[in-house]
Design a protein around this ligand. Structure first.
Ligand code: BT5
Length: 257
């Protein structure tokens, strides 16, 4: 574990303390524990590999060496209904950093993914503690990973920067991600909720498309219309009514001619 691997990161808050690990079960688990004991906001935990990386709802997240697996501790002090915007802001920030580093057309997919060519290249897991007093934002980027080291679930394809012909200098990409995160976080904290949503919409992959959203207890189909001011997805059902979705898994439906 070393402290000063990115001497020129140039951020004020996010990444002022960075803990590097060779291997961890999950950077989010470590960050949640550190957040609870009062570690300062902006602390970042990075691991070269994770042995028990987590997705949403207890799903596994493949985290082999070559990827970027990190978690950021935030103490946002936002109204609780605005907390979901943190994940949207982080997704847009990560997509921008990938664009800057590689020129690839990274886009965001509600609620927490970054895609290139419709394939998942980034997953984000935001977890709040103590009623939102702290939020840990976990970001996983499939950077220098061969395709055969990634899961290929049906209807849920994955890709990596390397597979797309853009292997990266990991430290350079981490630097860009942390700078973009800080920029987005500053905007949120200064009350720029509309501007945050605008940034997300500009990069959105799924808006305007026919989707199926799977929730823990039900599934709906319709057109993904927009996100509201709390980051919830608005889906226009076939009957014309609009359903507000707070959490779920979204699949784009290919509509025939
Ligand atoms: C996510 O979950 O996309 C959130 C992933 C967050 C990972 C970061 S890494 C740093 C931090 N520490 C952690 O332990 N986690 C965070 P979800 O939307 O539930 O997607 C999970 C699904 O994506 C799995 O069920 C697989 O189908 C697929 N998947 C697993 N690993 C993948 C990978 N590396 N790339 C693309 N898809 C993957």
């Amino acid at each position: 574990m070393s402290a000063h691997r990115l001497p020129n990161i140039g951020t004020r808050l996010i990444g002022r303390y960075i803990r590097w690990h060779e291997s961890l079960p999950s950077t989010n688990d470590v960050a949640l524990r550190l957040a609870e004991v009062g570690v300062p906001e902006g602390t970042v935990i990075v691991a070269e590999e994770q042995t028990a990386g987590r997705g949403r709802r207890g799903r596994a997240w493949a985290s082999p060496r070559g990827g970027i697996w990190l978690s950021v501790i935030l103490r946002p002090g936002l109204p609780v209904e605005r907390v979901p915007l943190i994940a949207l802001s982080a997704a847009a920030a990560t997509a921008r950093a990938i664009r800057e580093a590689t020129g690839l057309p990274a886009r965001v997919k509600w609620p927490n993914d970054v895609l290139v060519d419709g394939k998942k290249i980034v997953g984000i897991l935001a977890e709040a503690g103590a009623g939102g007093e702290w939020v840990v934002v976990g970001i996983g980027i499939n950077a220098n990973i061969p395709l055969d080291a990634l899961p290929q679930a049906t209807g849920y394809p994955a890709t990596s920067l390397q597979a797309l012909g853009h292997p990266v200098d990991q430290d350079a990409l981490i630097t860009l991600v942390l700078r973009e995160l800080e920029d987005g976080y500053d905007l949120l904290r200064s009350g720029g909720f509309r501007a945050t949503l605008r940034r997300w919409r500009e990069m959105a992959d799924t808006l305007g498309r026919q989707v199926r959203v799977e929730m823990p207890d039900a599934a709906i189909e319709g057109v993904a219309q927009d996100v509201d001011e709390t980051g919830a997805l608005l889906v226009r059902l076939d009957g014309g009514s609009v359903r507000r979705v707070v959490a779920g898994d979204l699949h784009v439906r290919e509509v025939g001619p």
